[in-house]
Ligand binder design. Structure first.
Ligand code: HEM
Length: 125
């Protein structure tokens, strides 16, 4: 049984990996770069995949330590976080398909991350 603090560090490592990789892809694509031209393409995709996995592992690990049991209804703040996670996971498909979204996404991602963090800190609902 690993401690709560371990899962929290995994959670934050996952967030960092995810956001850094998306930033790298988005800036490259919005500057006109093509997917195959990105020298760090494989590294960024690997960081993103590992990051979204670590966010989930860390998040559900913390939930287990906080005493949430399987089958128990999740509170709204947690559903909001899961929704934000799904968006952050899906955004990796966008940079080269919709390079015009690069700039708005660079602004939206930190706002989404802040919202997910606030859900955990304040648990409004
Ligand atoms: C991109 C998505 C996410 C971001 C940016 C994020 C961010 C954070 C941050 C910064 C914290 C630490 C807050 C503190 O100081 O206590 C945290 C805690 C937490 N997160 Fe996330 N999170 C995300 C997704 C998720 C998901 C998908 C889950 C559920 C599987 C989750 C479950 C939790 C839990 C259980 C805590 C600890 C709450 C507590 O200690 O009371 N998070 N999150």
């Amino acid at each position: 049984m690993l401690p709560y603090s371990f899962y929290k560090v995994v959670h934050i490592l996952g967030i960092t990996l995810t956001m850094v990789s998306l930033g790298g892809m988005l800036v490259h694509a919005l500057n006109g770069g093509l997917k195959l031209e990105n020298q760090a393409r494989r590294l960024l995709i690997g960081m993103h995949g590992t990051g979204v996995l670590f966010i989930l592992v860390g998040g559900f690990g913390m939930l287990a330590r906080l005493g949430f049991s399987h089958g128990a209804g999740f509170p709204v703040w947690l559903w909001v976080k899961l929704g934000i996670w799904a968006v952050v996971a899906a955004v990796a498909a966008l940079p080269y398909r919709r390079p015009q979204l690069g700039r708005p996404l660079l602004v939206a991602l930190p706002v989404l991350a802040m919202t997910a963090a606030a859900m955990a800190v304040y648990k409004p609902w």
